[in-house]
Write a new protein. Structure first.
Length: 306
C-alpha cells in the first residue's frame, strides 16, 4: 500500500448531478491542481456517458486520474480504488501540485481518511467458486453457510449477494472469517486534508438536474454504450453491469420497455440514487461544510485557501 500523503488535498463530494465535477475542474484550473476520481462507476472505461465521466475536453483542461482506469470485466473494490487513488496522490504530491478528490461514493473518502481493513483480494477463480456455490445452494442456504462460518454476517440480508459472496470467498481462501480482517487496525492513507465540502443543492433543483441529465444521456449515446457493454457477455454480477441506467436501457434493448418508459425509469432511479447519496453524506459527513451549487463550492474553497 502506498505511504500516507500529506500535501494539499481537497475533498469535493455530493450526489449525482450536483455539479461537483464542474467545481473540481474550476478549482483545479485556478490552483494548477490535478483531479482524482472518487466515483465507483467512473472507474470503468465502458460507460463514459452513462456514468457522466468528464469529457475529453475537461480531461484536457486539467490532469484527471482514476477515470476509466479499468475494463468492465474487472471488479474495483474500495480497497483497490484506495490503492489507485493513493498512488495517484503520491505522484501529484511529487509534482508539488494540489489534488482535488471528487465523487459521489462516500465510502471512498472514508477509505482515504480512516483507512480500510486489510482484507485480502480474492482471485477470479475463487469468485467463480462463490457464485457457483450460491447457485448450487440457493440464496437462503448460501447465507446460512456464510453465517455458520462467520456469525457476524447475520447482519447481511439474504439479498445482499455481493457481500455474502465476498465473505464466503475470504473464508474459503484464508480459513478465517471476514470479520477477523475487519477487526484489524486500519492505516489512513491521507492526513491533514486541506479542505472538504459537500455540494447539496435544493432538492427540487437537484431532481430537475437528474431528469435533464438522464434525458441528455439517452440522446447522447448511452443506449449505444449499453448495447456495446451487453455484447461483451460479461457476468451479470459484475459492478459495471449494476451501474445506474444499464438495467433500464437493457430492458428497452430486449423489447421489454419502450423509449418513453425507459427514460421515465432512468429519471426516477437517478432521483432515488441522488436521494440515497444525500442521506449518506448527511449521516456520515455531517460536519463537512455545505454548498448549494458548484459555483458556491468553488468560491468557498478558493476563498478558504487565500
Amino acid at each position: 500500500m502506498p505511504e500516507q500523503v500529506s500535501e494539499r488535498i481537497i475533498f469535493i463530494a455530493g450526489p449525482t448531478a450536483s455539479g461537483k465535477s464542474a467545481a473540481a475542474l474550476a478549482i483545479a484550473r485556478a490552483l494548477g491542481g490535478e483531479i482524482v476520481n472518487a466515483d465507483a462507476m467512473q472507474v470503468y472505461r465502458d460507460l463514459r456517458i452513462l456514468t457522466a465521466r468528464p469529457s475529453p475536453e475537461d480531461e484536457a483542461a486539467a490532469p484527471h486520474h482514476v477515470y476509466g482506469a479499468l475494463p468492465g470485466e474487472e471488479r474495483c473494490s474500495a480497497g483497490r480504488w484506495a490503492q489507485m487513488a493513493a498512488q495517484a496522490l503520491e505522484e501529484i504530491n511529487a509534482r508539488g501540485k494540489p489534488a482535488i478528490i471528487v465523487g459521489g461514493t462516500g465510502l471512498y473518502f472514508r477509505a482515504l481518511e480512516d483507512g480500510l481493513s486489510p482484507i485480502p483480494e480474492t482471485p477470479a477463480d475463487m469468485r467463480e467458486r462463490a457464485a457457483a456455490r450460491h447457485r448450487e445452494l440457493g440464496a437462503a442456504a448460501f447465507r446460512a453457510e456464510v453465517i455458520a462460518n462467520d456469525p457476524t454476517m447475520q447482519r447481511l440480508p439474504q439479498g445482499d449477494t455481493q457481500r455474502l459472496q465476498r465473505a464466503w470467498e475470504v473464508h474459503a481462501m484464508t480459513g478465517k472469517p471476514l470479520s477477523y480482517f475487519q477487526s484489524l487496525p486500519r492505516t489512513p492513507l491521507v492526513e491533514n486534508v486541506t479542505a472538504r465540502i459537500v455540494i447539496e443543492p435544493a432538492r427540487a433543483h437537484l431532481y430537475e438536474r437528474c431528469d435533464s441529465r438522464a434525458a441528455e444521456m439517452m440522446s447522447d449515446g448511452a443506449i449505444e454504450e449499453v448495447r456495446a457493454l451487453l455484447s461483451l457477455g460479461l457476468d451479470p454480477a459484475l459492478p459495471v453491469l449494476k451501474s445506474l441506467g444499464v438495467a433500464e436501457i437493457a430492458a428497452m434493448l430486449s423489447g421489454d420497455a419502450n423509449a418513453t418508459d425507459t427514460l421515465a425509469a432512468l429519471q426516477q432511479n437517478t432521483r432515488r440514487f441522488a436521494k440515497r447519496q444525500l442521506t449518506w453524506f448527511r449521516n456520515q459527513a455531517a460536519d463537512w461544510p455545505r454548498a448549494a451549487s458548484a459555483g458556491e463550492a468553488e468560491r468557498a474553497i478558493l476563498d478558504g485557501l487565500s
